[in-house]
Design a protein. Sequence first.
Length: 95
Amino acid sequence: MAKKVTGSVKLQIPAGKATPGRPDVKAEHNGVTYRFASDENRRTFSASPDRYVPQFGGFCANGMVYAIPLGGEPENFKIIDGKLYLTNDFSPQCD
């Protein structure tokens, strides 16, 4: 069965790197709990959550091209045209 990112997503988007989220700094959006490294990151997300949620529901963008719902990894991401895409690796399609 396909596995997408669920639970907490560990991204510090403004810094452009994956950073572990703290369990006490979190926000809910569309039934998903997002954890953040700082309250500032949480406020940025909460002001415009649709800007930061992963595309394809957290499934790997590379797999979705082929209609294969593979789990995306929060550490492997790319921001394209202001949207967050997760992959399960950094394959050439991500460049």
